[in-house]
Design a protein around this ligand. Structure first.
Ligand SMILES: *[C@@H]1O[C@H](CO)[C@@H](O)[C@H](O)[C@H]1NC(C)=O
Ligand SMILES: *[C@@H]1O[C@H](CO)[C@@H](O)[C@H](O)[C@H]1NC(C)=O
Ligand SMILES: *[C@@H]1O[C@H](CO)[C@@H](O)[C@H](O)[C@H]1NC(C)=O
Ligand SMILES: *[C@@H]1O[C@H](CO)[C@@H](O)[C@H](O)[C@H]1NC(C)=O
Length: 321
C-alpha cells in the first residue's frame, strides 16, 4: 500500500480553449465557492464552502448539509465546527481535526494539531488506513505530512521540507501562476510522489526512521497544477488540472490519461467519488478569488456549480473511511 503525496509540477500545457463536454452534468448550483463535497451511501450530501469570494466566514456556515436544494448549517448552529480544510492556527488554538458522528450529528472527537503544525500550516486533506488505525494529513501551507494515530490522538510531523511535500512549481490557474496581493507565489500544487505507508506507520514509533523517511519516497507521476484529488476502487487517482480545465486519471502503474476536459471545470477543488460511480467536481474558481487576484479583486463569476461525470467505478474503501 502506498500513500501518494501531491506537490507542484508543470506538465506540458496545451492551453487551447477547452469546450464543453455533454458528459459533464450540473449537480449543484451555488452562490459561494465550494472546495469540497461529500456523500454518504444513504444519500446525504455535504458541501464545504471556501469563502475566497470576499464574503465573511464569521457567523456563516463553513459546512452545510444539502437538503431540498438548500444548504443547512452542519452539524448544527452553535457548534463551533472547525473543519480540516483551510484551518489556520492562531496564537491560542492550533488547527483541529473534528469528527462528527453522522448518526447523531454531534461532534464526537476533536484532534488538536497544534503540536505538529506551524503558523503558516494549512491542513488540507486526510486519508485513512483502517488496517493500522492511522490517518495521514497533508500540510499544504508549509509542506509536510502528519501521521495521526486515530485511537490515541498522538501525531508526528514527517517529510518536513522534503521535495516530495514542497514546492516543485507554484500553483497555476487558467494558465497564470497564482499570486498573493503582494505578488508572492504559493507553495505546493502538482507533481506526485509516493511512499509506502508501512514506513510512515513504522516512523510513528521510531524517531530515527522518521528523520530518514525521504529515502523511501519515489517519484510517481508528473501531474499538473491541481486543486484536488480522489481515489477510486481500483486504486486510480483523479487529479484536476487547473490550467487546462480538465480531469486526469493516474492509473496505479503511473500511466496518465485525460478523463474529461470542459471549459466549465474552473479550478476543480477536492473531488469525491460516490457509490453510484460518479466523480463530483466542485468548480471553485479559487484562482479568481480575493486571496489570489491582483489587487485583491474578486473575479469569481456566480452562480458556481458542482459538476458530476460518470466514471464507471466506485470509491476507494480507504479514501472514504
Ligand atoms: C424536505 O422536503 C421534504 C418533502 O417536501 C419534507 O418532508 C422535509 O421536511 C424537507 N426537509 C427540510 C429539512 O426542509
Ligand atoms: C503537545 O506537546 C506537549 C509537550 O510535549 C504535550 O504535553 C501535549 O500533550 C501535546 N498535545 C497533544 C495534543 O499532542
Ligand atoms: C528504527 O529505524 C532505524 C532506521 O531505519 C533502524 O536502524 C532501527 O533498527 C529501527 N529501530 C527499531 C527498534 O526498529
Ligand atoms: C497501465 O494500466 C492501464 C490500466 O490498466 C493500462 O491501460 C495501461 O496500458 C498500463 N500502462 C502500462 C505502461 O503498463
Amino acid at each position: 500500500m502506498y500513500l501518494y503525496s501531491v506537490i507542484a509540477a508543470a506538465g506540458l500545457l496545451s492551453l487551447t480553449q477547452a469546450e464543453t463536454d455533454p458528459r459533464v452534468q450540473v449537480a449543484l448550483t451555488l452562490d459561494t465557492p465550494s472546495n469540497g463535497v461529500s456523500t454518504t451511501p444513504s444519500g446525504r450530501l455535504f458541501v464545504l464552502y471556501a469563502r475566497v469570494d470576499g464574503t465573511q466566514a464569521q457567523g456563516l456556515p463553513e459546512v452545510v448539509e444539502w437538503i431540498n436544494d438548500t444548504g443547512v448549517p452542519f452539524p448544527q448552529r452553535g457548534v463551533e465546527l472547525v473543519r480540516r480544510q483551510h484551518v489556520r492556527p492562531g496564537h491560542d488554538a492550533g488547527p483541529k481535526l473534528v469528527v462528527v458522528d453522522l448518526s447523531t450529528n454531534q461532534v464526537k472527537r476533536v484532534y488538536n494539531m497544534a503540536n505538529v503544525t506551524e503558523s503558516a500550516s494549512l491542513l488540507d486533506d486526510i486519508r485513512f488506513n483502517p488496517a493500522t488505525g492511522m490517518g495521514y494529513l497533508t500540510d499544504a501551507g508549509v509542506g509536510a505530512l502528519i501521521v495521526l494515530d486515530l485511537d490515541s490522538g498522538r501525531a508526528i510531523r514527517v517529510l518536513d521540507g522534503d521535495e516530495s511535500t514542497g514546492a516543485f512549481t507554484p500553483p497555476s490557474g487558467e494558465g497564470t501562476l497564482l499570486r498573493s496581493s503582494t505578488g508572492g507565489v504559493f507553495p505546493a500544487s502538482g507533481g506526485m510522489f509516493r511512499i509506502e505507508t508501512q514506513y510512515l506507520d513504522a516512523a510513528f514509533y521510531n524517531s530515527s526512521l522518521a528523520n530518514t523517511l525521504a529515502q523511501y519516497v519515489e517519484p510517481f507521476a508528473l501531474t499538473p497544477s491541481t486543486g484536488g484529488t480522489a481515489i477510486d476502487a481500483e486504486g486510480s487517482i483523479y487529479v484536476s488540472d487547473t490550467d487546462r480545465q480538465a480531469i486526469e486519471k493516474v492509473y496505479a502503474n503511473g500511466t496518465r490519461v485525460t478523463v474529461v476536459r470542459d471549459e466549465r471545470l474552473l479550478w476543480v477543488d477536492a473531488m469525491w467519488i460516490s457509490s453510484d460511480e460518479k466523480l463530483w467536481m466542485p468548480a471553485a474558481q479559487l484562482n479568481r478569488g480575493v486571496p489570489f487576484s491582483p489587487g485583491g479583486v474578486n473575479r469569481i463569476v456566480t452562480p458556481l456549480h458542482v459538476y458530476t461525470v460518470d466514471i464507471g467505478v466506485g470509491p476507494s474503501g480507504i479514501d472514504h473511511a
